[in-house]
Design a protein around this ligand. Structure first.
Ligand code: HEC
Ligand code: HEC
Length: 448
């Protein structure tokens, strides 16, 4: 059976080999269940103490080690900068910094406020809230598995994790420190930090090393042991029949794998490229925004200004264009990683989609029409049943340590969908095949 699938699915044989080689499979389900008793701070995040404890439990089943064992070490190593080998003192320092609210101007916000251990390492808000009750314009992606991203942020304006970690601390709507020196001043009297920085980097505390340490910690947040992975490794029962059908749709009729590949080189489900998939097109006058952006960036083209405009202004919607000022990048965002997607709702750069069913409806209609829409987006003619199968599949991409959270999220999304999903009456969903399918699959209907 396993062999049959291996032959049938061609390129997946590579993925299977990868899964077999890399996965250390059996592990207890230690998913944290943030029940009603989770102690929360003023901004709604679980308290740092609670998160730290939850994280310790999540990591407990992994033997103490520097690099998680589920990735091909060669791939992981390729993403670690030469000056920042992942060592235990660096991980420990970075972990403390990640939870430390002193790194924000008013002492209320830490990385963990918006990348909360109990919420899929996001805030589960449409757009994030930072200091002083300010709302940013973008949805917080998860910090799970960021070790393997080639480029950071929705618009790719940061080249490395080490650099990325120095940005939110200085962003006026997030953590609001005036500069790196101000951030260091907030913790420089702390004798434990003085020692920890020395132990980690062999020199006095400085802002670049702070970014490096946080990055070293994030590189340990590897959560890729999904039911799909187990299925590919030969466990037939790891995913349901619906999810298996959804997997075929993901790779075939749904065309998801074109941008969200799941293979040994790109195991996260992102091609690390930028596409306008028509999320916010309806609301935007891209030309007007682009003129405004060029004007604002001509006044000040610093990295800090770009970060401010991207997170805190309407120019956010321009996406990659803000970085390249290339017309073809208008409204384009980096393909997000798709692992653990079940527990990180709401979705898209602006958090505009509450459930994975909404996401499927969006792709099914071919996105919102706009002059910059990616060529890979066209109506899909998925039936309701196929949409359910695709959703079932996508929920199998969550690490088993979050199995309970994933299950709860699926149930709550289903309720939301029953209550709120617009009645779908588009003729497309009833068409048997589309022109591209006839080209690719012959004239045979792919409807099940
Ligand atoms: C106020 C909420 C908030 C805080 C605090 C915050 N982040 Fe974020 N984070 C976000 C948002 C929103 C984005 C997306 C911004 C963008 O892409 O323009 C993001 C993006 C990221 C990314 C990029 C992920 C990807 O897929 O590209 C990483 C990594 C990250 N944050 C880590 C951190 C770290 C480390 C800290 C602390 C130093 C931190 N964040 C503090 C909200 C926050
Ligand atoms: C042309 C490339 C492309 C194709 C094809 C594509 N996606 Fe996406 N996907 C993206 C991009 C880019 C985004 C982010 C868009 C934004 O926020 O504006 C995204 C966002 C998502 C998100 C939200 C992720 C998050 O963290 O918010 C999900 C889920 C998703 N896609 C699933 C799918 C599925 C399932 C399919 C197939 C039906 C698919 N995608 C097809 C590029 C693509």
């Amino acid at each position: 059976m396993h062999g049959t699938r291996l032959l049938r699915s061609g390129p997946w044989s590579v993925a299977i080999a990868f899964a077999l080689a890399g996965a250390i499979l059996p592990r207890a389900n230690l998913a944290q269940t943030p029940g009603p008793n989770v102690p929360r701070d003023a901004l709604g995040a679980a308290t740092p103490e609670y998160q730290q404890e939850a994280l310790t439990k999540l990591m407990a089943d992994r033997k103490a080690r520097e690099i998680p064992e589920q990735f091909d070490p060669a791939i992981l190593a390729a993403y670690v900068p030469e000056d920042n080998a992942v060592t235990p003192p660096r991980i420990a320092l970075g972990r403390n910094l990640y939870f430390d609210k002193r790194l924000s101007k008013d002492g209320t916000v830490a990385c963990a406020t918006c990348h909360d251990v109990t919420r899929g390492f996001t805030d589960q808000l449409a757009t994030s809230k930072g200091i002083g009750g300010q709302n940013g314009k973008r949805n917080a992606p998860t910090t799970l598995n960021v070790a393997l991203l080639q480029i950071l942020f929705w618009d790719g304006r940061s080249p490395t994790l080490d650099h990325q970690a120095t940005q939110p601390i200085l962003n006026p709507v997030e953590m609001g420190m005036a500069d790196g020196a101000a951030a260091m001043k907030a913790i420089s009297e702390d004798a434990e930090y003085q020692k920890a920085f020395k132990d980690a980097y062999g020199r006095d505390m400085n802002y670049e090393d702070l970014g490096r340490a946080i990055a070293a910690f994030e590189r340990t947040l590897v959560f890729v042991d999904s039911p799909l992975r187990r299925y590919l490794a030969g466990d037939e029962k790891a995913i349901s029949a619906d999810a298996r059908a959804g997997f075929d749709l993901y790779n075939g009729k749904g065309r998801c794998a074109a941008c969200h590949p799941l293979n040994p080189s790109n195991p996260l489900g992102t091609d690390n490229r930028f596409h306008n998939v028509g999320v916010s097109a309806r609301h935007q006058d891209f030309e007007k925004l682009a003129r405004e952006a060029i004007k604002r960036l001509a006044e000040d083209s610093s990295e800090k200004k770009l970060d401010e405009l991207a997170v805190g202004s309407d120019l956010s919607e321009l996406g990659r264009f803000m970085v390249t000022r290339n017309r073809s990048d208008m409204g384009a965002f980096r393909t997000p990683l798709i692992l653990n997607i079940g527990i990180t709702a709401p979705y898209m750069h602006d958090g505009s989609m509450k459930t994975l069913w909404d996401v499927m409806d969006h792709y099914n209609k071919g996105g919102e029409a706009n002059p910059f829409l990616d060529g890979g987006i066209e109506p899909l003619a998925l039936t309701e049943k196929e949409i359910d199968q695709l959703v079932a599949f996508v929920f199998t991409l969550t690490d088993v340590r979050f199995a309970e959270e994933n299950q709860r999220a699926m149930e709550s999304q289903r309720v939301t969908v029953q209550e709120e999903r617009p009645f779908r009456d588009d003729a497309l969903a009833n068409r048997k095949t589309l022109p591209f399918e006839q080209r690719v699959f012959g004239t045979k209907s792919t409807d099940k």
